[in-house]
Ligand binder design. Structure first.
Ligand SMILES: Nc1ncnc2c1ncn2[C@@H]1O[C@H](COP(=O)(O)OP(=O)(O)OP(=O)(O)O)[C@@H](O)[C@H]1O
Length: 502
């Protein structure tokens, strides 16, 4: 099989650095068989001779070498702003080394003894070049990137528009955008931290869109919305008949995100037993669907998010330290809206434009008085609260002016019912029309839920925020349900979470 890069005339060029002759030969032969051009070195100094003489697409290096550490090669490649992507091979069980290498700028790592299937997959991913369609980098990225800018990947239009969707030109937002453009390059896990409603998911989407995986799926999972007994099947998939009601083989999120990004939202809500299983999946890069005897290799980049203080969760014994360490290789902290008030006018304009577009109405005029009143409001729910306030203001709009209504949360935000309550409520309201006893409770409940969701979506013009508010669900919960039930929404809606997106 030949794995030439589709846009390159020549196959990718790879430098292998390992002091063990047998292993070096094994790697060389494996790569040659894949169609790459390969050079090999047995030490740090020999590697530099090759690197001084030419450019490579990727460098695959062992960590321990006779005259130094593979890490030195990575660091120097970073320092010299060379384009080679580095993959480091670390001894089994030395998680620190892998994490350190990723932090130092390695593209990815492999654990020894190296599984050749994984080896081929990681190398294929490392030599894959950015989509060629380059457009000028967004202002924020160019303004703040200064010395980094040469090392930044060209922004694709997907990446640029994902960064643009992240409205805000305050210093912290600019920093975040330049950070996203930089970290998007590798495979290092990213943890996005920030209060609820600050835009963590938008950040995760931007990391995906700016990465060379942007052609692959973005699968978003709300770890807090999935019933505990379904977590394993949802994450890793299940074989037909492996548990009650599983009538066919089902892929899990890991399989669905193959070649793309798996976004684990509210990671702090994952129960401890599932944390162990997730850690294993990340370490082994493979998952075993329930009822299967076979492991599925996974090729996903993990971005997670939390509004919780995970350090404190670790201290309290509610979050595994080793998993935290694995997920938190790169941290992006999204500031609360109160710490970037200067973004308010731009955010209001962008949100009003979105609300108007969703509702098919002209964009209401934003007065400085409205912005000033919003700026005086605590906005503890951050951009999401701002969005809700503007939704209500648009609904109360009398044509000339936007009327702000700070009188309280949207009626249903206060009460978040259990998943079942939302489904059975309509049935309870009509006791006279008792339906026949269902022969398959799960499909019956799914059908009920689907009808309620579709109705709420239709009645809110397919605005999921509004539909969620009507049903007492969070946006996350409604997205999860929409994706789970495979409800399609019209183009223009910003996509289904749980399946692939954008
Ligand atoms: N910088 C921003 N520019 C434009 N819209 C934003 C921005 N930040 C957040 N939003 C909007 O605010 C809402 C909440 O954002 P998002 O879901 O990304 O927040 P979150 O931090 O992931 O929230 P949670 O912690 O509750 O999951 C979304 O509708 C999103 O589009």
């Amino acid at each position: 099989m030949s794995t030439h890069h589709p846009t390159a005339v020549l196959p990718a060029q790879i430098l292998v650095v390992d002091d063990e002759p047998d292993l070096r030969t094994l790697y060389e032969l494996t790569l040659l068989r894949e169609g790459y051009r390969v050079e090999a070195a047995s030490s740090v100094s020999e590697a530099w001779e090759h690197l001084d003489a030419g450019r490579f697409d990727a460098v695959i290096t062992d960590m321990r070498l006779p005259d130094g550490l593979g890490m030195e090669i990575i660091q120097r490649i970073q320092k010299d702003q060379r384009g080679e992507r580095c993959v480091v091979m670390t001894a089994y069980g030395s998680a620190e080394n892998a994490v350190e290498a990723l932090k130092a700028g390695a593209f990815d790592y492999l654990t020894k003894p190296v599984d050749l299937k994984q080896f081929r997959a990681v190398v294929a991913s490392a030599v894959q070049r950015q989509p060629q369609e380059a457009v000028p980098a967004p202002r924020a990225a160019t303004n703040t990137a200064t010395s980094e800018s040469r090392a930044l990947p060209p922004q694709t239009s997907l990446g640029a528009s994902a960064l643009e969707r992240l409205v805000g030109e305050s210093d912290p937002m600019r920093l975040i955008k330049s950070h996203i453009a930089k970290v998007a390059r590798g495979m290092a896990p990213v943890l996005v931290r920030g209060e609820s409603g600050t835009g963590k998911e938008l950040v995760a989407r931007a990391v995906h869109a700016c990465s060379q995986r942007s052609d692959g799926p973005f699968v978003a999972v709300n770890c807090g919305a999935i019933p505990e007994n379904l977590l394993e099947a949802e994450f890793f998939g299940a074989r037909k008949g492996s548990y009650t009601g599983s009538a066919a083989d089902r892929d899990g999120y890991f399989q669905a995100a193959r070649g793309g990004t798996l976004f684990l939202d509210e990671i702090g809500d994952l129960p401890l037993p599932m944390q162990s299983k997730l850690l294993r999946a990340i370490q082994e890069r493979s998952v075993r669907p329930i009822g299967s005897t076979q492991e599925d290799t996974v090729d996903v980049r993990i971005v997670s998010a939390t509004h919780k203080d995970l350090h404190a969760e670790v201290q309290a014994g509610r979050f595994r330290q080793d998993l935290f360490y694995r997920l938190n290789v790169i941290e992006i902290s999204v500031p609360a809206l109160r710490d970037r008030r200067e973004d308010l006018p731009a955010l209001c304009n962008a949100l009003l434009a979105r609300i108007a577009q969703d509702g098919g109405i002209p964009v209401p005029r934003l007065t400085s008085d409205v912005v000033a009143r919003l700026a005086d409001h605590p906005l503890e729910g951050n951009v999401r609260e701002l969005e809700n306030l503007l939704h209500r203001a648009v609904a109360l709009n009398d044509g000339d002016e936007l009327h702000l209504d700070f009188s309280g949360p949207a009626p249903l935000e206060a009460a978040v019912p259990s998943p079942v309550a939302a489904v059975v409520a309509p049935v309870r309201e009509r006791p006279a029309a008792r339906p026949a006893m269902p022969s398959d409770l799960q499909s019956y409940l799914d059908q009920q839920e689907r009808e309620v969701l579709v109705r709420a979506l239709q009645e809110s013009g397919f605005n999921r925020t509004a539909a969620a508010a009507r049903l007492g669900l969070s946006l996350r919960q409604i997205r999860y349900r929409i994706a789970r039930l495979g409800i399609s929404t019209p183009p223009g809606d910003d996509g289904l979470v749980g399946t692939l997106d954008e």
